[in-house]
Design a protein around this ligand. Structure first.
Ligand code: ADP
Ligand code: MG
Length: 322
């Protein structure tokens, strides 16, 4: 199977047709129509075999995952998806694998209304780079830099579960093959849910001052937001939800660490005025207020203990084949 047969069979007509997409695959560039008063949001994420997913992993889930982590960045800017491109490197043209990969990717492309509009197909060690394009109203876009002292910090999404899922996949990479056997934590790691609809709903209805998606751990990503905004934060650890599966598997101390520092959850952290919290909760009932922005720098507990924002680090020995 040559490059063009692969593109035609598996990477064409993937996801819905959107009116903004004037040209998708088949020309030298895709063409997107951006409306007046909107900004184009762009982001790219690469997933590498045995680094971001085990080689044996269910290809359906790999297809979902590599798009999901890119879409999470659009959610973090409150951008409506317009389309994505896929640069994929394949060791061989394995049709059974490609078919499942493309089905998993299509499932999320349809769900998020984000069509595949171009890409590049090459031979080599398995990896995929997904570049997403989104549109965001100029007056609505979220950035990391808008937090100010006094604003509350809210969390949307579950923390720690994906880290637990990663640990269990590292222990048992063979299990990665059978997605039907995955528990909640393994699903959280392999099948993250980008919070696009929630972000768009909140952006419409509430004044969100700053936002970031949590991909490298709560503390690490919160620290990025705080540094961009030149503020500090006070976190109420009692309000931080520890997932029961994480508590049960790891015990209290490690569960708290996984919640604060585990990566791959693709939750959202937002800051807003306290008086807007009820409105925000009426739009997204799962929002939890976990703390507040304060003058200064760094992250502290209510009791004043400094929390070290050391999150997931790609260069730690944390690969599926080591
Ligand atoms: P070019 O040489 O002009 O870059 P290619 O020959 O690489 O174009 O690709 C042909 C067409 O197929 C282009 O429109 C490209 O965007 C698309 N394409 C290539 N690989 C992929 C892929 N993995 N997914 C989606 N579209 C792809
Ligand atoms: Mg090319």
């Amino acid at each position: 199977m040559d490059e063009f047969a692969i593109i035609n069979s598996y990477f064409t007509g993937l996801g819905p047709e959107l009116p903004e997409v004037l040209e998708a695959q088949g020309d030298d560039c895709a063409l997107l129509q951006i409306k007046h008063g909107e900004l184009l949001a762009l982001s790219v994420d690469t997933s590498v075999v045995d680094r971001h997913f085990p080689a044996q992993a269910d290809p359906w889930a790999i297809g979902w995952r590599c798009l999901a982590i890119a879409l999470s960045d659009l959610a973090a800017m409150a951008a409506r998806p317009l389309g994505f491109t896929l640069a994929i490197t394949l060791p061989e043209a394995d049709e059974a694998w490609l078919s499942e990969f493309s089905r998993g990717m299509r499932a999320l492309a349809d769900k998020a209304a984000c069509p595949l509009i171009g890409g590049d197909t090459t031979r080599g060690p398995l990896s995929m780079s997904v570049q997403v394009q989104g549109a965001v109203k100029s007056q609505h876009h979220w950035r990391r830099s808008g937090a100010r002292p006094g604003q509350i910090i809210v969390l949307l999404g579950e923390l720690g579960l994906a880290h637990l899922g990663l640990l269990s996949m590292l222990n048992d990479p063979v299990k990665a093959k059978d997605s039907k056997a995955w528990n909640k934590a393994e699903r959280a790691y392999m099948l993250p849910q980008p919070l696009i609809t929630e972000a768009l709903r909140l952006a419409q209805g509430v004044n969100i001052h700053a936002a970031i998606d949590v991909s490298d751990g709560l503390l690490a990503d919160l620290q990025h937001l705080l540094a961009s905004s030149a503020v500090g934060a006070q976190i109420d650890l009692k309000r931080l939800p520890i997932q029961p599966e994480v508590l049960k598997a790891l015990g209290r101390e490690a569960a708290l660490k996984a919640t604060l520092q585990g990566g791959d959850d693709y939750a959202l952290l937002l800051t807003l005025d306290e008086e807007d919290f009820e409105l925000a909760r009426s739009l997204c009932p799962n929002l939890i207020s976990i703390g507040r922005c304060v003058a200064g720098a760094g992250i502290r507990t209510l009791e004043g203990k400094v929390l070290d924002p050391q999150g997931f680090n790609h260069f730690l020995p944390q690969a599926f084949n080591e």
